[in-house]
Design a protein around this ligand. Structure first.
Ligand SMILES: [Zn+2]
Length: 375
């Protein structure tokens, strides 16, 4: 490097960067780290090779000092838990903490809880400024509670993150009015910039459940998983088992009810994107297989008979539309088969067909139909 360079001497800059990194690391828990250098402005005045050589010298100088100071930590070029970047133009150090990921399965026992934070306004006070009324507990939101929100507080507290900087990645999703029972739905919960990376996970899971007051259970607890589990969970085409209650708008023909399992079990549906989600999803026709269908019970109600069904269907099947036919957009349907209009008035997920050991193991993600999730 020639004396005419505008770049500071690495022998002097290295110790400065290391000192700043040590100060910034105060109170942070991380096992691996990396030092980086950025010099967009200063770098314009030197050749590319000279800039690269200079950056390398600064990184080696600072990284070496830090490796000596932090004997319990190691430098990692791939996915460091803490990344310290020296911005040479601003003469400032930036710290980026790698997100951490918790895997679990959630059981949702209350209706009116959304999967992710929902910002839909409360219908009772939407015109008021500021919003908030008794119906929405002063929140101004139609659905103040979400699985994501119930996990956010305790998880952010345990890992010293920001509750707002957390994300739930679900293996599909259920509607806000749909329960998710049985062994629960696999998910990964992401804490974006955790200042701590270890916690008592059994205590954490118990805190989440206590805060949810019965709405949410975590039967498998929580465990730390590698980043790539997010994509596996989101892309895993898990078949589901549902309990669906159909309100039948007309007289029930016993012969048609008896024939229902054979009419629909094993059938491949043609499902056009439902009207209720058409605004936010691509309008296309999907082929989805109903693996099995069973009539669990028949009951009378003032507004028409109720048929309770157990439906086993391929990932991405829209069950409410399988019941109603969605104005001819889903064929065949329960309404077709019974010959009378039907509405799905209650829906629960009984089983999400994905085993933890498969999702978390080395098995390749099963082939997906590359569609979005139904319910
Ligand atoms: Zn309100």
């Amino acid at each position: 490097m020639t004396r005419s360079t505008p770049l500071p001497d690495p022998a002097a800059l290295g110790p400065l960067v290391a000192d700043r990194a040590r100060a910034a690391a105060e109170g942070l828990e991380f096992a691996t780290f990396l030092v980086g250098v950025r010099a967009r402005g200063l770098g314009k005045h030197v050749s590319e090779p000279a800039l690269l050589a200079w950056k390398g010298a600064v990184k080696r100088a600072a990284g070496g000092l830090l490796a000596d100071a932090w004997s319990e930590r190691r430098a990692a070029f791939v996915r460091p838990e803490a990344l310290f970047v020296w911005d040479a133009d601003r003469e400032a150090l930036e710290v980026t903490l790698r997100p951490l990921h918790l895997y679990g399965r959630y059981v949702k026992r209350a209706r009116g809880v959304s999967q992710t934070r929902a910002t839909w306004p409360c219908p009772a006070c939407r015109e008021r400024r500021p919003r908030g009324c008794a119906a929405c507990d002063g929140t101004g939101l139609a659905y103040p509670r979400s699985i994501e929100g119930l996990l956010a507080g305790p998880c952010a507290a345990a890992f010293l993150g920001d509750a707002a900087a957390t994300t739930l990645h679900g293996m599909g999703r259920e509607d806000v009015d749909v329960l998710c029972l049985g062994a629960g739905r696999p998910f990964v919960f992401e804490v974006q910039a955790p200042r701590r990376r270890s916690a008592d996970l059994a205590t954490l899971a118990a805190e989440v459940e206590a805060g949810a007051a019965g709405a949410l259970a975590l039967p498998e607890g929580l465990r730390l998983v590698p980043d790539e589990v997010v994509a596996r969970v989101k892309g895993w085409p898990a078949p589901k088992v549902y309990r669906a209650v159909a309100r039948v708008e007309g007289p029930l023909d016993p012969a048609r009810v008896a024939a229902l399992p054979d009419r629909l079990g094993g059938v491949t549906l043609a499902q056009r994107t439902p009207q209720r989600v058409a605004r936010r999803r691509t309008d296309l026709v999907r082929a989805r297989r109903v693996r099995a269908l069973e009539v669990l019970s028949i009951a009378d109600a003032p507004d028409g008979p109720r048929v309770e069904l157990r439906v086993e269907a391929e990932a991405g099947t829209y069950i409410k539309e399988l019941v109603s036919g969605d104005g001819g957009r889903t064929t065949p349907s329960v309404a077709d088969a019974l010959g009378v209009p039907c509405t799905c008035v209650e829906l629960d997920v009984l089983e999400v067909g994905a085993r933890d050991e498969d999702v978390l193991g080395a098995a390749p993600t099963p082939a997906s139909q590359a569609g979005d999730e139904g319910d």
